[in-house]
Design a protein around this ligand. Sequence first.
Ligand code: T5A
Length: 212
Amino acid sequence: MNKKLGKFITIEGAEGVGKTTNMAFIKKWLDEKEIKHILTREPGGTPIAESIRDLLLVPRNEIVDESTELLLMFAARAQHLAEVIIPSLNRGEWVLCDRFTDATYAYQGGGRGISSEKISTLEHLVQGDLRPDLTLLLDIPVTQGLERALGRSKPDRFEQEKIEFFERVRGSYLSRASDFPQQYRVIDASNTLSEVQLELGVALEEFLHEVK
Ligand code: T5A
């Protein structure tokens, strides 16, 4: 891969933390700073990756093997990187992505119990040394997030998991945030939307100051 010129920002968190809602706020911030950028999401972001997303999210009677789930996440990611993320970064655009590989560590690692070594092997295979420059982790107690998510739409295959699954997902995100303090900013998403956005704004200004 060429040296990337744009910055790569990801937004993460368990179910219903407000990622989609706050993508719009971050987009407005980027527009105000006149930073060229694209918005995208995982799993998804290209036609093939969106088809894989449908395969992954639709509730089904067949039990999805955990390795199948893991490989599908990385298959979608490989396509997304090749078609969208890497070309955008190489053009100097910033990429704002709703979830990325930290979600795999949290859901397939923490949630399903797949080892970090296996995930890391695929991470290196698919991404080389590309990692997010900034990860905004929206953190909220699991029950509050699920209430928000289920109040909004019918549960997808992941949202049908038990509460213990999401507790492991949240724990795994928080533990990665403490392992990678340079990359992560943890935002208290249990607050009102305007308080959350105030905190997000501070984190983004700090990041811009660091990378200028
Ligand atoms: N997945 C993904 C993996 O297992 N491994 C991987 O590697 C990847 C990439 C799909 C699923 O895929 C899994 C994880 C997911 O289960 P997704 O589309 O990002 O990923 O799915 P969700 O986490 O389900 O994302 P949602 O879009 O459903 O939730 P959001 O975006 O976090 O929440 P949002 O913005 O829709 O908000 C939910 C509700 O809360 C309200 C909003 O208005 C909305 O109604 N809200 C607030 N209410 C009060 N106060 C606030 N501060 C609020 N913020 C938002």
